[in-house]
Design a protein around this ligand. Structure first.
Ligand code: AMP
Ligand code: MG
Length: 355
């Protein structure tokens, strides 16, 4: 496929606008052969990479818009007008964000209702290791802002953490006839599942297009769809948590799959010789220390793969493997010593990186 896109660009350069139209016709519609479109953008506060093969129009712009709309209209806790923003009751003040935190019963969209039902179930099944109501706690740590330099490094003290934890807990939230009911002070944070939800939306969108194959990553969550024109599988890299850059190996996948990775290396800060990362253990309010540096989950749903990767990271390998098995999901665990553990279904499709 590389060669097709290579020729594509040469033609554009050589023949200008008309050449573009003529060649589009040759490469796509008339010959029935797919063109490849690639893009790299920022959305949902992370990098979105797309490779899309289609005999139809370039879909990369539509996919990016879909992700941005999902963030703006539904999931973002920073946007006062998003559904999560409204549920949290965000009010913007000159000096930052203020949440009202009163008890609330909020009518929500069917999509968010269904997603929250599934997230509630994963929260319960994981014994609260995954919890979508950690808003007070994640805001207190504010690791994202610390890691990006937006906020100074400050580790909260035990009292603050205990106070925040009292205002967290999925049992404090219920779903009743199209409404979400929250106890006082509870704030949602869908950061551990949002990128997977975006991948689900992308998969659903692609099914209604002429796209024959695509791989789209939204930060640590990836969707693979269809196949490459030459029929070879998608190669999804597993990042080495020790460097955050090199690969430990690749998974070869064909068709529609959802892959999410949670890693303690992704967003972290150092204070007085101790490293703190962004995946928090709801039991004690501190960054999870379960002997793992990264967990990758592969299954048929982006929401599930994303939520489970976070849950498994908190639970540790033994409990995490059991939880993933209940959802029919495959896993790659990497522990503090750099050992890699593949679930049965991935053993034949994993290729270790050359040393
Ligand atoms: P991920 O990278 O998918 O594991 O998600 C991590 C993000 O989810 C963090 O930046 C927090 O916003 C939020 N989060 C942290 N710990 C948890 C947890 N135990 N359960 C649910 N969400 C969490
Ligand atoms: Mg996650």
């Amino acid at each position: 496929m590389k060669s097709v896109s290579g020729i594509f660009y040469k033609r554009i350069l050589g023949l200008g606008g008309i050449g573009f139209l003529m060649f589009s016709c040759l490469a796509a519609g008339c010959g029935g052969q797919a063109s490849v479109y690639r893009s790299a953008d920022i959305a949902m506060g992370t990098v979105v990479n797309q490779t899309v093969y289609t005999t139809g129009e370039d879909e990369t712009g539509h996919i990016l818009t879909l992700i941005k709309d999902l963030e703006k209209e539904e999931l973002s806790w920073r946007e006062a007008d998003s559904e999560v923003g409204m549920i949290n009751g965000i009010q913007w003040e000159d000096d930052g964000v203020l949440e009202s935190g009163a008890p609330r019963s909020v009518e929500i969209s069917r999509e968010l209702y269904e997603e929250l039902e599934r997230l509630w179930r994963i929260s319960e099944d994981s014994g609260g290791a995954f919890d979508f109501t950690l808003g007070r706690l994640t805001r207190l740590w504010n690791i994202d802002a610390q890691a990006s330099g937006e906020a100074p490094v400050r580790i909260p003290d035990e009292e603050e953490i205990a106070e925040a934890l009292e205002k967290c807990g999925f049992e404090k939230v219920s779903l009743e006839e199209g409404r979400l009911v929250l106890e006082e002070e509870v704030l949602l944070d869908l950061g551990a599942a949002g990128k997977g939800i975006a991948c689900d939306r992308i998969g659903a969108y692609l099914r209604g297009t002429e796209v024959s194959g695509a791989v789209v990553s939204v930060g640590g969550s990836v969707v693979t769809y269809g196949k490459k024109p030459d029929g070879s599988p998608w190669q999804i890299g597993i990042t080495d948590p020790r460097t955050g850059e090199d690969l430990l190996g690749t998974l070869s996948l064909t068709g529609e799959w959802y892959i999410s990775t949670s890693g303690g290396y992704e967003r972290c800060v150092e204070s007085e010789g101790i490293w703190y990362h962004h995946i928090l253990d709801p039991e004690n309010g501190y960054p999870a220390r379960s002997g793992l540096t990264s967990v990758t989950v592969v299954c048929g749903s982006g929401l599930v793969s994303d939520a489970l990767s976070t849950a498994c990271f908190v639970l540790g390998r033994e409990e995490g493997e059991k939880l993933a098995a209940r959802y029919g999901a495959e896993t790659v665990f990497v522990d503090d010593e750099g050992n890699l553990y593949l679930s049965h279904g991935l053993k034949d499709i994993f290729t270790p990186a050359a040393k």
